[in-house]
Design a protein around this ligand. Sequence first.
Ligand code: THU
Length: 144
Amino acid sequence: MDLTDKKLVRELIEIAAAQRQYSYAPYSGYRVGAALLAGDGQVYTGCNVENAAYSPTLCAERTAVGKAVSEGVREFEAICVVGGKEEVPTSYSAPCGVCRQVLREFCDPAAFRVILATDPEHYDIYTLQELLPQSFGPDNLSVP
Ligand code: THU
């Protein structure tokens, strides 16, 4: 998968942005969509799912990871996240610390890309390593 391919990046942004329509965010009004690109090219989507008890709230990124892993997919290349209170977000919505750690479980942090976007023309791409340096992962427990 070639993320220097702007067409692919724009597609992921459009998919993540479209997922915001399914966001269940009655408490924060902050709607997040995610598009998780698997190693086989398949895209797994997610949105945030809030809860009246607050702490059970699921972030969009973890929704997407759970969907993929529950279908037997554990190899990922990148995730795109689009979120905000506005119809078209004006600033980036970066993965929270918990989501960064969950992504870390299933990828090589130096290779995995996190695409932060507001719309298909405005985005920046980071490695997970940049967002979660000196991370703790499966290798610490001698799990390859
Ligand atoms: N949220 C996400 O979906 N992803 C993140 O990484 C950060 C936060 C959601 C959770 C909650 O529904 C809303 O954004 C406000 O925190």
